[in-house]
Design a protein around this ligand. Structure first.
Ligand SMILES: NC(=O)c1ccc[n+]([C@@H]2O[C@H](COP(=O)([O-])OP(=O)(O)OC[C@H]3O[C@@H](n4cnc5c(N)ncnc54)[C@H](OP(=O)(O)O)[C@@H]3O)[C@@H](O)[C@H]2O)c1
Length: 199
């Protein structure tokens, strides 16, 4: 299982401390981290709202999402639903807007951002979250995943139980690894890209 699955596990289990019955929103649900997060959140007994574009709605439903929001049609931060946890891989909404739709005792887990701040780079949102944190009731949790043998074993148990699989977008031969990276960098991947090491 790749780093993306470890990231999803640690975001839901350690940062969100997700409990059965809670409602989690996953922003960027069709990507590498998101496709694992949808499945793991369902396996943990949560209600899952997945945010992705319409072309990926069927994929995230197949992975177990209870509700799907097409971000090209609807902005989840403007809806009436309140979530216990938001797992954010996209970073396309201000923290204040996300807090509006997070339960007062809920949590925002900041996994990644597709918009890079020209001054602070990828540190901008985590720093903002740390500064904002004392003034809000919700927990703000920037995160950096770390690969551990225990977590790989835990992911294996989910996979063996039929609760976790890899959604494969495209496979590239090793000789085309540069194309694979360029494809991944477009930010439109559905699940994971595979590099075939053996011919
Ligand atoms: N903190 C950590 O330890 C850690 C670990 C791993 C990754 N990350 C970070 O997490 C982020 C996500 O990584 P990833 O590997 O999952 O990326 P990815 O596989 O490239 O994810 C791309 C997905 O994002 C979706 N997307 C694009 N714009 C969106 C929007 N406005 N709203 C909702 N979804 C949108 C795309 O769906 P559509 O094609 O449908 O738009 C696509 O499925 C990256 O910034 C990465 O650096 C952080």
């Amino acid at each position: 299982m790749p780093v993306a699955a470890i990231t999803a596990l640690q975001a839901l289990r350690d940062k969100a401390r997700l409990q059965p019955g809670q409602h989690v929103l996953i922003n960027g649900a069709s990507g590498g981290v998101g496709s694992y997060a949808v499945q793991l959140a369902k396996a943990m007994g949560a209600t899952v709202t997945a945010v992705c574009s319409g072309r990926n709605a069927e994929l995230v439903r197949t992975l177990g999402a209870d509700h799907v929001i097409d971000y090209t049609q609807e902005d989840y931060t403007e809806g009436d639903t309140r979530y216990h946890a938001i797992i954010d891989m996209v970073g396309n909404h201000p923290l204040s807007a996300m807090l509006e739709v997070t339960e007062p005792d809920g949590v925002l887990v900041l996994v990644g951002s597709m918009e890079i701040n020209p001054w602070w780079g990828p540190l901008a949102r985590p720093l903002h979250a740390i500064l904002r944190s004392p003034f809000v009731s919700q927990r703000l949790e920037p995160m950096l995943a770390s690969v551990t043998a225990d977590d790989l074993a835990e992911l294996s148990r989910y996979a063996e139980a039929g609760q976790l699989t890899s959604a494969i977008d495209r496979r590239f031969p090793l000789a085309e690894v540069a194309d694979a990276i360029r494809y991944q960098e477009q930010g439109r991947t559905r699940g994971k890209v595979v590099i075939n090491v053996l011919p």
